[in-house]
Design a binder for this molecule. Structure first.
Ligand SMILES: [Fe+2]
Ligand SMILES: [Fe+2]
Length: 165
């Protein structure tokens, strides 16, 4: 696809996000399974449900734009998921592993926050208020997830103690 217009760029960004979210649908259950803390596990599970909704919102935007959602692979998310898998496979102190899972998950959320912020801004430039508002809703959920992860990391005083040993 040639980037001959802002709409083409919009579609490109959306396809990248579509691939990223679908990769996460596969990765989040594994992250949940690898979590020792019940709170972290529940966090991954509830973000999986939100992620399903993120995919549906993108589907809705694609439908209205009359473009197919597929056709691109988000290589950045591939890398982030691979790093997450590395942690899942590592042996170690459960609380320290949880801290590592949080670190990996926050990288994912920050990637999504950057991508959704950009896509929302482009939607606004295109005058596509409906898409802008759908993207903004997802953006807020990504930001809230990032904040929850920060809280979990900060409340994990036991994690720090363990890590110092
Ligand atoms: Fe998402
Ligand atoms: Fe997310």
């Amino acid at each position: 696809m040639k980037l001959t217009s802002l709409e083409k760029l919009f579609v490109h960004e959306l396809k990248d996000l579509y691939s990223a979210e679908n990769q996460l649908l596969e990765a989040l259950p594994q992250m949940a399974k690898a979590s020792s803390s019940g709170e972290l596990r529940e966090g991954f599970k509830s973000h999986l449900i939100e992620t399903e909704e993120h995919v549906r919102r993108l589907d809705q935007i694609f439908e209205e734009l009359n473009y197919s959602a597929t056709g691109e692979t988000c290589d950045a998310m591939k890398g982030l998921v691979a790093e997450g898998e590395e942690i899942i496979e590592m042996e170690g102190e459960p609380a320290v592993k949880d801290a590592a899972l949080i670190a990996a998950a926050q990288r994912v959320e920050h990637y999504e926050i950057a991508a959704y912020g950009t896509a929302r801004t482009i939607a606004k430039h295109l005058g596509n208020e409906k898409a802008a508002s759908l993207l903004e809703t997802t953006l807020k959920e990504e930001a809230a997830t990032d904040k929850k992860l920060t809280n979990l990391a900060e409340s994990g005083a036991h994690i720090n103690k363990m890590a110092m040993r």
